[in-house]
Write a new protein. Sequence first.
Length: 426
Amino acid sequence: RGGGGGLLPSGGCAVDLSFADLPALLPRGAHLVFNQSRVFAARVHASLLGAGAGRGTPAEEAAARAVEVLFLAPLSHADPSGALSSPAPGQLWRAMVRAPLEVSGARLTVAPPGAAASLDLEVEAVLAPWIEQGERDGVEAAVRLSLPPDSHPATPSPPLSSLPLSSLPLSSLLGLLGETPLPPYLQREATPQDEESYQTVYAQSEQTGSVAAPTAGLHFTEPLLEELRARGVCSSSLTLHVGAGTFKPVTAPTLAGHDMHAEPFSISADALGALALSAAEGRPIVPVGTTSVRVLESAYWLAARAAPDPKPSGDLGRLGQWDAYNLSAAAPPPSRLEALTTLHGLAEAAGGRLYGATSLCIAPGYRFALCDGMVTNFHAPDSTLMLLVSALLGGADNAREVYEHAVRREYRFLSYGDSSLLLRAR
């Protein structure tokens, strides 16, 4: 954190620097935008009840029952933060179950040795296959949560120690039972150190809901943030709860055949007001991470869709995968100041915060409405994140030059890797 390498494409070449140089490299008057979503302990190891019988020794039977489960998003709540702050019993979640299930009805129990709690899961529906290269196949399923009849009081730190399990927030229960959901490509088990290092320093507990960290922000430290403030760099925060779909590679023959995942987001009236002021003053807006880019661009197009007669509502709705392109072609889009002013007014009328969801796919040819650059890590070549980088840099050839340089200089890629400051091609 704070000590990684950094790359800045500049004037047709790439400049190798340290991430600590970021305050001096940002465009004058830059306005940074951070994703303050917090990762929860979304991965648990469960036992599939009734499986493994007659498979050999007790150890072999236990191995046959062992199933990895990754909680993805709540189906019984609109917002992951709300679900995680509520008791577990009765909640319905979309989850990855790494077992070859074909029908509903399977029951699983989560009871790690020595844990002060346990959790039961019932598969109510099998939604789709879940296939990852190099990993055991499974399914995406709807699972209902319940507590075993003999549940006993949990013993976490106060003030939760006095709560019965039935009243314990789901995030706290998963904190007892689960682990940090490291990306599968890291090919290692999570450690206690990951509980801190796989969170940004500015993640907010009331904005818990991600199953993957907004990793561009992992480089920031409190001293670096203080230096940015001292240099007059503005900043605002928003929330996008990162889903496992962020790791989904593009495998379709054409991009049109790729199904983009949807992720919930929210942004406050204060943040929108500050961004509107920066737009009025001509400050460049530089989001930290692809998640922040997608929220800003999606909010812009949702404001454009609501114009010219926006209805007072805190729910912006969902932006589809190709909606931005269709809206751009249908009518002259608003200026960034007009869009941000509209959004700010809607947020104030809704009590201070706007909510929405986005499946926006940013690919070469996309015209950025709010973002002038971004701070981001180095991404996998077959990902939609790589398409976003290509769009920002003005095409695949420019992105390829940057990445070829990064490979030659042995930059570290992906979640715990190095960073880059990329400025939009003009």
